[in-house]
Design a protein around this ligand. Structure first.
Ligand SMILES: [Zn+2]
Length: 104
């Protein structure tokens, strides 16, 4: 399926984001949006949560990179430290269910 003009790579219509872990810039749809809820970073699975977001590859190594360089407090503009356990749990679950995903 192709939508006229909207999904062309290199065009202006594709929103791009930078992964806060590896700093690679890619199309938004390949990244997991994270939002801050109090001191917890949570995955915004439907892309609907309000507030400042950060983008991350759905990959544990990117999460670890982001933590190591303290990218999250910077991305969310808070002093930190921030709890990433929910993001980690989500990514671990994703990795387990990579091949057969069951909707809950
Ligand atoms: Zn990344």
């Amino acid at each position: 399926m192709r939508q006229h003009g909207k999904l062309e790579y290199g065009g202006l219509a594709v929103p791009q984001r930078t992964c806060v872990g590896c700093r690679v810039r890619t199309v938004k749809s390949e990244l997991l949006r994270l939002v801050l809820v109090e001191d917890h970073i949570v995955p915004d699975l439907r892309g609907r949560l309000p507030g400042r977001g950060a983008s991350l590859h759905p990959d544990l190594s990117c999460l670890e990179l982001a933590e190591r360089r303290r990218a999250f407090p910077r991305a969310f503009r808070v002093p930190g430290p921030l709890d990433v356990s929910r993001v980690r749990a989500h990514l671990e679950e994703e990795n387990h269910e990579m091949s057969c995903r069951t909707p809950s």
